[in-house]
Design a protein around this ligand. Structure first.
Ligand code: TRP
Length: 336
């Protein structure tokens, strides 16, 4: 039996952080290592441009950064195809074809797009671009060009996969059974809060620890993490439930240590500075193999380039085959 194709992707707008790691990267490596799937990872530079069209340099630079992040967490190019979206022109073609199958009202009702537009007032003002409003259509192109069957995503992406499924059904109804309908599976990854306690970890919020951060950067960031504001002196009784240091200890420290840490904190027997130093050390250790692998790729950019080149070439072949079928179905197969 053929292995099911898994398709995932990221917008290259910044380096990846521990939120990405716990939220999706760990899961992708796990799925890859199970050997049961055929995983594809798309670096969605065209999608990144929908809200960074005025900053092409940023997108270009981050294609490499994201690729290095993948490689350093254990995405193995022998097992997973990593490729660049803009190098697959079929995705753009499919986007045009699919745009006839989607109404503007439907796009405007997409909860993810709606939320993002509200967050991007600064970029779009009162009126959003056609490209941004339409990015779910392009994402349907991403998925269907590669006949993605399983799409592991976070909650926020579910409306996009649902919209893709609608497009697939409509296409198949009109033109014949050509496209594969994908299935979203919630990646059971945790959603990690920021160092400041914000629900989301993100670059714009300045509250992230990056996989590429140096030991010094990690320590500095952990020292600035938000703790129980009522605790001023060491012997004040602390509340770990509202302390970000305790929150991260839960992710990076041994269970028995966490228990002791919280007990000492509640009893006013543990200072925040010591507690932070211990946490920083644990994060540094956990991320060490990733950081070392990343340093390797940073000093071997030609290897990263080659991996992207080969992955993209393989992906181009797959997309070509899909396009052949699509054009035939749409009566657009004029001549070879
Ligand atoms: N929209 C996704 C995100 O912001 C990235 C993405 C682009 C994607 N194309 C995709 C995810 C296709 C899954 C499948 O995270």
């Amino acid at each position: 039996m053929e292995k099911k194709r898994i398709l995932t992707g990221d917008r290259p707008t910044g380096k990846l952080h521990i939120g990405h790691y716990f939220g999706s990267l760990k899961k992708r490596v796990e799925l890859q290592e199970s050997g049961e799937y055929d995983p594809y990872i798309l670096i969605a530079d065209v999608q990144a441009l929908t809200d960074n069209f005025n900053n092409p340099e940023k997108v270009r630079k981050n294609v490499r950064e994201v690729a290095m992040d993948y490689l350093s967490v254990g995405i193995d190019p022998k097992k997973t195809t990593i490729y660049i979206q803009s190098m697959i022109p079929e995705i753009a073609e499919l986007t045009v074809f699919y745009s006839n199958l989607v109404t503007i009202a439907r796009l405007e009702r997409n909860p993810t797009v709606k939320t993002e537009i509200a967050q991007k007032k600064e970029l779009f003002g009162e009126s959003v671009t056609y490209g941004f409003l339409g990015y779910p259509v392009s994402q349907a192109g991403d998925i269907t060009a590669f006949e993605g069957q399983i799409i592991p995503v976070g909650e926020d992406q579910l409306p996009l996969i649902e919209q893709c499924r609608e497009i697939v059904r409509k296409f198949n109804h009109i033109y014949g059974d050509v496209l594969v309908e994908p299935e979203a599976v919630l990646s059971s990854g945790k959603r990690i809060k920021g160092l400041d306690g914000n629900e989301k970890m993100g670059k714009s919020l300045g509250n992230a620890i990056y996989l590429s951060d140096s030991e010094e950067e990690i320590t500095k960031k952990v020292m600035s993490a938000v703790t129980d504001p009522n605790r001023i002196k060491k012997d004040d009784l602390g509340n770990p439930d509202i302390c970000m240091v305790a929150y991260y200890h839960n992710l990076f420290s041994k269970e028995e240590d966490v228990k002791k840490i919280c007990e000492e904190c509640k009893a006013g027997k543990r200072g925040c500075v010591v507690c932070k130093r211990q946490l920083a050390q644990n994060i540094i250790e956990e991320l060490r193999p990733i950081r070392e692998k990343r340093a390797y790729y940073e000093s071997h950019p030609e290897e990263v380039e080659q991996i992207l080149k080969e992955g993209t070439k393989k992906a181009q072949e797959v997309a070509k085959q899909t396009m052949k079928k699509v054009k035939q179905a749409m009566k657009l197969d004029y001549f070879e």
